[in-house]
Design a protein. Structure first.
Length: 271
């Protein structure tokens, strides 16, 4: 211990390069289009939260909520603080997505980002703050063919679309190449793609989908959430057979004009 104490007394951390550490957060919610017919369920869409940057670099471009980690906080604490400051949204949980460290990902210098995914049950009212001049929900769509992806975000007349190619590095790790002049700031197209592939993979095996729903739900609602996230439709009978080990009946029934009552379920606590 005495030797370590002496070592630390003369150790100079300023002698070594220290990259800045940042965090970016992919916030999802499932939103509904208003329906004019009480007999027709509103269309559900997976949406991602974006901010319009009010400062350089990438001023006026759309980006994920995020920022730098302070010296007195952990990376998850910084992620929660940043998403609250920039959007007014108060997330309840974060899912680690990955570290993004391309040498030229930020024109300001050597900055490494730790990305997180956040799921909201309700689309809260957004309030842009700090260096964000606008915060909006964008409907998200992803198509893939032969490891070539097209990521499209839509908010009314605003359409952000980019093509991304997947390959493997010499170490065998996945790498993404984004088309020139993407509509997103930094490497946020790559972060969104990584996050979306992550939640799609989990949702196919009934992971994460309950986080988008209230505590009680119908099986039809649960199936629709899974389909919206994965982009794949299921035969109701097949879906019900697969999901039975993950849910249990509550004994309550749903109600509402234009719909027959349906059994309400809840997520089963798996031991």
């Amino acid at each position: 211990m005495e030797s370590e104490k002496k070592f630390l007394e003369v150790y100079d951390i300023e002698s070594y390069d220290r990259p800045s550490v940042a965090t970016d957060i992919v916030v999802y919610a499932i939103r509904e289009d208003d329906s004019d017919s009480f007999r027709k369920d509103p269309e559900k869409k997976l949406s991602v939260l974006m901010i319009e940057r009010g400062e350089y670099p990438f001023k006026n471009k759309w980006a994920l909520p995020g920022g730098f980690v302070r010296m007195d906080e952990t990376v998850p604490e910084a992620a929660l603080r940043e998403v609250r400051e920039e959007t007014g949204v108060n997330p309840s949980a974060l899912i680690y997505t990955g570290v993004f460290s391309n040498l030229n990902r930020d024109p300001r210098g050597r900055i490494i980002s730790n990305a997180f995914t956040c799921i909201l049950k309700d689309c809260e009212k957004l309030t842009a703050g700090t260096d964000a001049k606008n915060a909006q929900w964008f409907d998200i769509r992803l198509t893939e063919e032969n490891k070539k992806y097209k990521l499209t975000l839509t908010n009314g007349d605003i359409i952000l679309s980019v093509e991304i190619c997947e390959s493997k590095s010499k170490e065998g790790m996945k790498e993404y190449t984004v088309a020139d002049n993407p509509p997103f700031a930094f490497d946020h197209a790559e972060i969104i793609l990584t996050s979306l592939k992550q939640i799609r993979s989990k949702a196919e095996n009934f992971g994460l989908i309950f986080d988008f729903l209230p505590d009680e739900f119908t099986l039809a609602e649960l199936q629709r959430v899974q389909e919206v996230i994965t982009g794949k439709t299921s035969v109701p009978a097949n879906f019900r057979r697969k999901v039975c080990e993950y849910v249990e009946e509550t004994g309550n029934m749903s109600g509402g004009a234009g719909h027959r009552p349906a059994m309400l379920y809840r997520k089963k606590v798996l031991l």
